[in-house]
Ligand binder design. Structure first.
Ligand SMILES: [Zn+2]
Length: 124
């Protein structure tokens, strides 16, 4: 299986929102890891399409009026969102927590394993 890592170091205030949006668009299971999120395929024999992820990230940036301020660069299986003008994104910070929330129904759990099992029910 092939996963895509999205490096959000320069857009950290929107990391969580962006992750939920993109995961839903490309039907992948997301994990947050430091300043990044990782998109994994629902099924082991599938792979996450980098071009789909890029389109989806651009759509999201467009929706918050930031598309022209950021470049979305694919390198291998890593996508980096880079500020073009060094402008900081202004977005209300999400509360800090270790919760995993389902992109499909909003189910929330602090347990990654439970979350993964939960998300699968939407694809049965
Ligand atoms: Zn759910």
């Amino acid at each position: 299986m092939s996963m895509i890592t999205v490096n959000c170091h320069e857009v950290e205030p929107i990391l969580h929102e962006l992750m939920i949006y993109v995961a839903d668009q490309v039907a992948a299971v997301p994990f947050i890891k430091f300043h990044k999120f990782i998109l994994t395929p629902i099924m082991d024999d599938e792979s996450v399409n980098g071009d789909d992820v890029i389109s989806s990230i651009k759509e999201f940036l467009d929706s918050i009026g930031e598309k022209h301020n950021y470049a979305v660069i694919l390198n291998g299986d890593t996508i980096t969102i880079k500020s073009i003008h060094g402008k900081q994104i202004e977005r209300k910070k999400q509360p800090q927590s270790q919760l995993f929330s389902c992109a499909h129904c909003g189910h929330v759990t602090p347990y990654e394993v439970e979350h993964n099992n939960h998300v699968k029910i939407h694809y049965l």
